[in-house]
Design a protein around this ligand. Sequence first.
Ligand code: ADP
Ligand code: ADP
Ligand code: ZN
Length: 218
Amino acid sequence: MNIILLGPPGAGKGTQASRLEAERGMIQLSTGDMLRAAVKAGTPVGLKAKAVMEAGELVSDAIVSALIGERLDQADTAGGAIFDGYPRTEAQAEALDLLLDERGRKLDAVIELAVDEDALVDRITGRFTCAACGAGYHDRYKQPAAAGVCDVCGSTEFKRRPDDNAETVRTRMAEYRAKTAPILPVYDARGIVHRVDGMADMDAVARDIAAILDSLAG
Ligand code: ADP
Ligand code: ADP
Ligand code: ZN
């Protein structure tokens, strides 16, 4: 099954994608994670993307669609993937159709995480992750069970993203509204959009998504 998790920054896409990986063995494809890895490794893509990401603007369609295309050629994604943070523009949505079509695959569902914009600054400025395994946490909504120790791997090192600050969040939300939200009607016209209340707690959101996937799997 190929599904898109769609929603503004901080909506909970990464959180839910990791759960789907852990609970259903699905494969998460996050262009944000791929770009951060490229920045860290200092690749040509990383060098181009770094300043754009720090400003909260969108990296070029060609770069992100190429990253997704490369991943879709790796065997682990043949059975399906969760697209997290991609597509983010109409051009990317068209590119994804083509990338899937070329490989004899198709999009099964778009899950929209509907959230109040007011909550997003709070979600994003409180976000942190385990530096060793990448597990996601939040200052208020999801602290590790033992203070300062990752639930998943036991590491005591955590990190925050340089773009997770109140100023950048405004730009990122504006980008979402202007460029990403317009792709929803396109998918809606195909009858594949499922709306989930992203303001509910993480477990409730996960249950809603599981119910949608179960109904699709028939
Ligand atoms: P969030 O989950 O907070 O929305 P991401 O990790 O998905 O953030 O993305 C971080 C940054 O990486 C974005 O602000 C943007 O600069 C860049 N980026 C990630 N995915 C895309 C994409 N599909 N198209 C363009 N830029 C992207
Ligand atoms: P996205 O990938 O859409 O940018 P994340 O999954 O990284 O969003 O979530 C942003 C922050 O909000 C993280 O710190 C995460 O722990 C927290 N979070 C995610 N889902 C919820 C939720 N339903 N309720 C409260 N906090 C949440
Ligand atoms: Zn960890």
